[in-house]
Design a protein around this ligand. Structure first.
Ligand code: FES
Ligand SMILES: [Fe+2]
Length: 492
């Protein structure tokens, strides 16, 4: 493809996707479209500019459909030649300035294969005037591209690995269930959680078996979950035990909804979708009266659970990410980790010098501008960890982190803290504010990572360094779990 002269005509307006139909992928698309609109250059320059913006990670694809005039003759010829070959759209694939007209997902994949690793990010561009048909074409193209990426291989999608349904995940704080049922999504499975008559949490599929209404829109009464539509009432095993419009003998035998394992643990309702392989993660401080417990954060992140977990064991990012809190910007060399694999994940130990600003002195109990964290952190398969820090002052700051996978792109952060000091030593508000700033620093960068995480390092999707050892061990263990249960890594 040769560079073209700048066009004299006005640049096409970007396609606007309906908010009703937006997925996260569509949001990426919108960002790309806005970039193209701003480019005002020939197609070759747009492709190159786009690749420069996102390269070397990004392959850019351009979607053309309909009969809008393409200012670039060569593309126009190609479009004429291949019109209709990829229904309903013609996909142009630009790779570092190269344009091709693949006819199928397999051809797209073949076009991508010369790169060093699997496709890590793909953004679509629609370069014609906005119209409903082009919007539809953009949306229709997504599965084509997904198929192409699947052929590339090398990344794990948590919702596609059934064995991940066989672990406990923290879902909803028990305190949130006091006011009635709450919806939750775990590994793409929508459910409703509620408290039964004994105050125990229960989890059922969020779909009434009568007319499909979401049970989370209902209420609880006498420990039963009551549908908000016609009042059918369910017990914790998912059986409908009351139909207000009929007597008990008239309840259909099949009037029930799926129930999931649900347990109260550390202030949360935990859920396992299928028979759990490991016990609930634990830390002794939860039962130790020397420690107080502080709830910290319960929030949704646009981030893969594994990205969160490996960050939690990554000493190399402190000097770059935690510059406003504890990171020592002039000390980029990471402390070494010692790792001990266990049945449930691994134990670890590392000693990390940290910046100790004045507002952290009551957190650390140490008046010096630099202090150390003696970390004895634990990883629990698949997405839970205990951060166990001891400062020279003897203060212990022990955080339980659960990065519960909502779906492939999204996680629910559940974070709470144990401290061996008193409110007078360091107030709850101070402890929350301190960790809030740290967590926000992590969130800003983790939400800028790709949601699929390759766990089979043989694919060469990512490069690694010595300090990545904890994250590599996580990948290795997860891959072993997959293989043990007859699965291979499923990717997009
Ligand atoms: S839809 Fe739930 S009771 Fe009718
Ligand atoms: Fe961090």
């Amino acid at each position: 493809m040769t560079p073209q002269t700048q066009q004299s005509s006005a640049p096409p307006a970007p396609v606007r996707l309906s908010l009703d139909t937006l997925t996260q992928r569509n949001i990426e698309l919108m960002a790309a479209l806005e970039h193209v609109e701003a480019a005002r250059h020939s197609w070759a320059e747009r492709i190159r500019g786009f690749c420069r913006k996102f390269a070397p990670e990004v392959i850019c694809g351009m979607l053309s459909c309909g009969d809008a005039a393409d200012p670039e003759r060569e593309s126009d010829k190609g479009r004429q030649r291949h019109r209709g070959s990829v229904s309903p759209a013609l996909l142009l694939l630009g790779l570092r300035g190269e344009v091709a007209y693949p006819r199928s997902p397999r051809q797209v994949a073949a076009r991508l294969r010369p790169r060093a690793g699997p496709l890590s990010s793909l953004v679509l561009l629609c370069y014609s005037a906005p119209s409903a048909s082009r919007l539809a074409a953009v949306v229709a193209l997504v599965p084509v591209v997904d198929s192409a990426r699947a052929l590339e291989g090398g990344t794990m999608l948590v919702t596609q690995q059934p064995v991940l349904r066989r672990f406990w995940y923290a879902a909803v704080p028990l305190s949130h269930l006091q006011d009635g049922p709450r919806p939750f999504t775990l590994l793409n499975t929508t459910m409703v959680l509620f408290l039964d008559a004994e105050g125990r949490p229960a989890a059922l599929a969020d779909r009434c078996c009568h007319r499909t209404a979401q049970l989370s829109k209902g209420s609880t009464a006498e420990g039963l979950l009551v549908c908000g539509y016609h009042g059918w009432a369910y017990n914790r095993t998912g059986h409908c035990v009351r139909i207000p419009q009929a007597d008990a003998q008239s309840i259909p035998a099949d009037a029930q909804v799926p129930a999931y394992r649900c347990a109260a643990h550390h202030g949360y309702a935990w859920v396992a979708l299928e028979d759990p392989l490991l016990p609930l993660p634990d830390t002794p401080e939860a039962q130790d009266p020397q420690f107080r417990r502080i709830d910290q954060f319960y929030e949704v992140w646009q981030c893969a659970s594994l990205r969160f977990l490996e960050n939690a064991f990554d000493n190399a990012h402190f000097a770059f990410v935690h510059t406003r809190t504890f990171g020592q910007g002039d000390q980029p060399t990471p402390s070494k980790y010692a790792l001990w694999p266990t049945a449930w994940g691994f134990d670890s130990e590392t000693i990390v010098p940290v910046h100790n600003p004045p507002h952290a002195v009551r957190i650390t109990g140490d008046p010096h501008p630099v202090t150390t964290r003696h970390l004895r952190n634990k990883w629990f398969l698949p997405f839970t960890r205990v951060f166990h820090a001891t400062y020279p002052s003897g203060r212990q700051h022990i955080i339980m982190h659960c990065a519960t996978p909502i779906d492939d792109r999204t996680m629910q952060l559940c974070q709470w803290l144990y401290r061996n000091d008193t409110e007078a030593d360091c107030a709850t508000a101070e402890l929350i504010a301190w960790d809030r700033a740290i967590v926000d620093e992590d969130r800003a960068i983790l939400e800028a990572t790709e949601y699929d995480v390759c766990i089979d390092t043989r694919h060469g999707v990512e490069c690694h360094m010595a300090s990545d050892q904890p994250g590599l061990l996580m990948r290795q263990r997860l891959l072993e779990v997959l293989h043990t249960y007859g699965e291979t890594e499923v990717h997009r």
